[in-house]
Design a protein around this ligand. Sequence first.
Ligand SMILES: [Zn+2]
Length: 201
Amino acid sequence: MKNLYILLTTILFITGCSNIRNINKESQFSVEQSNLIMSADSTTPMRVLSIFNKKDSVVLRTKCEDVVADQQDILLNSLIKRMYATVNDTLNPGVGIAAPQVGILKNIIWVQRYDKPGEPFEVYLNPRIIQYTKQKLRWIEGCLSVPGMKDTTTTRSYAILLDYLRPDNSHKVEMVEGFTAIIFQHEIDHLNGVIYLDRRK
Ligand SMILES: [Zn+2]
């Protein structure tokens, strides 16, 4: 009987440990990322990192990680909402934003869809460009992380084939062209640590 009690306690202990491990493993955000995301409510814009700040520029030059699309993930939902609030901040609005610009090294972007009726903002997880047209566009670009500057890029493709997830985990492949394609190229560059100033020639 005593042996059985020890065996049961051991099993319970091991199960308990593995549960703790699973809870920790389940979060796709670090404690630092979690603290930053939850530092204010989901309608409050986050601080936009600047390429002219030494510490910020290290973050902006780092490649991001993929995220798991999970609508039950409170941190992911809050981050998505706060990024939306940031790109729509009336004091400093933009047409797109990438998660590293608010200090979170994850593959998430918001893009204003100038190619759709009503020009809505849409969020994309783990976006990738899988094809580019050879035809290029000259464009004058600006960036929330390069305040006070605008410059001409000459290496953006006219159209791109995109692969991404929506927050409901649906997988999409889509062709985008023109100004909207430039915004996508600009934001996806951010996820790879590239700033539009690198695209001047
Ligand atoms: Zn930018």
